[in-house]
Design a protein around this ligand. Structure first.
Ligand SMILES: *Cc1c(COP(=O)(O)O)cnc(C)c1O
Length: 637
């Protein structure tokens, strides 16, 4: 076995699939620390996670913390735009690329601002799907050459806001999601005397696989069927507004794993496009929506947490597919719009948390040798444990299983005592651990014994809430890369699953990325008494970041924003930090009044002081303590 740290670091890089999901942004350095390569170059700046953690501690920021790497965000925006531009050039396609970032994927102001700034040279715009998002898009996308695409169901105010944007000279396109919106748009536009830019969302028959495929197909909740599209054109013709129809849109769902489905959708939507142009519509934009996937598990497959294509192939297939249809129909190539959100944001943020405890079955109760009068079950368990060898491990496994079950029954009937039961259980678990060691060396493992590792897995208690920080992992079983950010020059030796600090039995992660498919446990390092152990959940920048909830009143996490800087000795600086929720903030959203709560406690303490049960000095300290806890971070210290 390899023992030099460099060799083990390489082993760990493989074990945690860093190259597969890291997309070139993550690596392991010679100190055995995970690091970020903002420029995707090993010889460029490298940001060491442990140095970031050190600085976070110096700033007195507690864990768990969200860490955002703004360079990665900028890099992904550039990558998306330059790749589409390159594909357009290669195909000699006549239209241009105008991407928009869908705000719902990560609405944080800092994220949206960074994306707008990085996208400025490409006239990269925004997509909004609700009134609050539209309010944000109006204020933040001031580039008159960039698009603002408006999806989602709309009311009158939504349309008024869009037309307000038109009066500011913005390219704001209202995408019609349902037929009834057309009459509303016509009425409000006439009333205000403002010319709208209108898009149609087509409901495609194509529907793919993948977790979010429900957004598409004939039963999808959004978009106009072919019949509705034609009626919509007639209605706008009647009102002399056909010239306002600028864009055809479709969105077949997020995280599309299989490129075949994207090609199918392009073909179908492309056919709709050229037929609508033939009807005399002045369409200028072809909007392919979102769906560009992320390879979360690094398998490059059509599995749900992966994708079987690259960004280059995605861009090429869209442009090439549309070009062929337009050329056949003799229709000018439209500008291409994409609404990729997951692709832009997923990599830039992660959650770093500390492991608080190892919860495992093996509580070491001393088991001295045979004592006079001890129960037969205990003697039998000890005998089995002592007999174990490489030939009889299956027999012993059966014996100790039986013996443990009998012991529990015996305990229930009052035949053995709590201390006898504890000893039997200690012997049982330690024997299983030894059987597991033997099993690992066997060429053939009986089925019963294959799950032995899982059975004995530890649970690492982590200082975070899955409902807040990994919502998709809990709700829909999405896989996220999870790994330690330190000690990567040591071989990990503890099989474990992760549990969070919420009081919810669902608050656990027991599905991890494996070479083939999914594993129920993850190998981590054993905890040291004198050193914090930090692990990270990665690729959390899309959706997860903003979907957190108030389960157990933990609320939002502390956040630090990191920029790479070649001139800095550590290659980075913390540009900003945002405090997570305090207890009083989350309580207030649930209609509690922390001021009254503090006053109530103070009153009671005063009474106790008055009656002499609490010393006055002590009373003041208790009141202060309660108030400080209200003002403090919700997670464990
Ligand atoms: C959610 C959504 C997107 C973003 O999709 P991704 O797969 O995250 O790129 C784009 N367009 C519309 C209409 C959406 O609803």
């Amino acid at each position: 076995m390899n023992t030099d740290p460099e060799g083990i670091a390489e082993e760990n890089r493989e074990r945690y699939h860093v190259r597969d999901w890291g997309n070139g942004y993550f690596s392991v350095n010679s100190k055995g620390h995970l690091c970020v390569l903002p420029e995707k170059r090993e010889d460029g700046p490298t940001i060491d996670f442990l140095e970031v953690i050190e600085e976070i501690k110096n700033l007195n920021i507690s864990f768990p913390t969200v860490i955002r790497f703004h360079d990665i965000l900028r890099s992904q925006v550039r990558l998306l735009n330059t790749t589409f531009r390159a594909a357009i050039e290669e195909c000699e396609y006549q239209g241009q690329f105008f991407g928009v970032y869908p705000v719902k994927v990560n609405q944080m102001r800092e994220v949206v601002e960074e994306i707008i700034d990085a996208g400025q040279p490409f006239d990269y715009g925004l997509e909004a799907g609700s009134k609050p998002e539209l309010l944000a898009a109006l204020a933040h996308n001031a580039n008159r050459n960039a698009l603002t695409v408006l999806n989602g169901y709309k009311d009158e105010d939504y349309i008024r806001l869009a037309l307000l944007g038109r009066r500011l000279g913005r390219k704001i396109i209202i995408v019609v999601e349902s037929f009834s919106e057309i009459a509303l748009i016509i009425r409000v536009a006439k009333e205000l005397g403002v010319e709208p830019m209108i898009g149609f969302r087509a409901k495609l028959a194509a529907h793919g696989s993948g977790r979010w495929a429900g957004a598409s197909g004939e039963k999808g909740k959004f978009g106009l069927s072919c019949g509705e599209l034609l009626r919509a054109v007639d209605l706008l013709k009647e009102h002399g507004m056909v010239h306002c129809i600028k864009l055809l849109h479709f969105h077949v769902g997020s995280q599309i794993p299989d490129i075949r489905f994207i090609k199918e959708a392009i073909t179908e939507a492309g056919r709709i496009f050229v037929d609508l142009v033939a009807l005399g519509l002045p369409l200028e934009y072809f909007d392919v929506g979102g769906g560009l996937g992320i390879d979360y598990d690094g398998s490059r497959s059509a599995g749900e947490s992966s994708r079987n294509y690259t960004l280059e192939e995605y861009a090429f297939d869209i442009i090439d597919g549309l070009q062929i249809i337009c050329d056949q129909a003799g229709v000018a190539h439209p500008h291409i719009v994409s609404e990729s959100g997951r692709f832009v944001t997923a990599h830039h943020s992660c959650v770093i948390t500390n492991v608080i405890d190892n919860i495992h079955q093996l509580s070491e109760v001393p088991c001295p040798g045979r004592e006079a009068g001890e129960h037969n079950l205990l003697s039998a368990m000890r005998a089995s444990a002592e007999d174990l060898n490489e030939r009889n491990f299956q027999e012993i496994f059966n014996d100790v299983q039986q013996c443990k079950d009998d012991a529990i029954s015996a305990f229930r009937f009052g035949v053995i005592s709590i201390s006898e039961r504890a000893r039997i259980e200690t012997l049982y678990w330690s024997t299983l651990a030894r059987i597991q060691k033997i099993v690992e060396e066997q060429p053939f493992v009986p089925e019963e014994l294959q799950r032995l590792g899982e059975l004995q897995a530890s649970q690492y208690l982590c200082n975070f809430s899955i409902f807040q920080s990994a919502a998709d992992s809990w709700a829909i079983g999405q896989l996220l890369p999870i790994m330690p950010v330190m000690r990567l020059d040591e071989r990990p030796d503890v099989r474990c699953s992760l549990v969070d600090i919420t009081c919810d039995s669902d608050g656990k992660i027991d599905r991890f990325i494996a070479k083939r498919g999914v594993e129920k446990t993850l190998l981590l390092h054993s905890l040291k008494a004198d050193e914090e152990y930090y692990i990270g959940l990665f690729l959390t920048g899309a959706y997860q970041d903003v979907m957190g909830d108030m389960h157990n009143l933990f609320g939002r996490l502390n956040e630090v924003h990191i920029y790479g800087d070649d001139d800095d000795p550590n290659d980075f600086y913390i540009e900003e930090m945002i405090k997570g929720s305090s207890a009083q903030q989350v309580l207030t959203t649930m209609q509690y009044n922390p001021e009254i709560m503090a006053r109530t406690i103070k009153k009671e303490i005063d009474q106790q002081v008055h009656q002499g049960w609490i010393q006055p000095r002590e009373g003041v300290r208790l009141v202060d303590f309660y108030e400080n806890c209200l003002a403090d971070y919700t997670y464990l210290k």
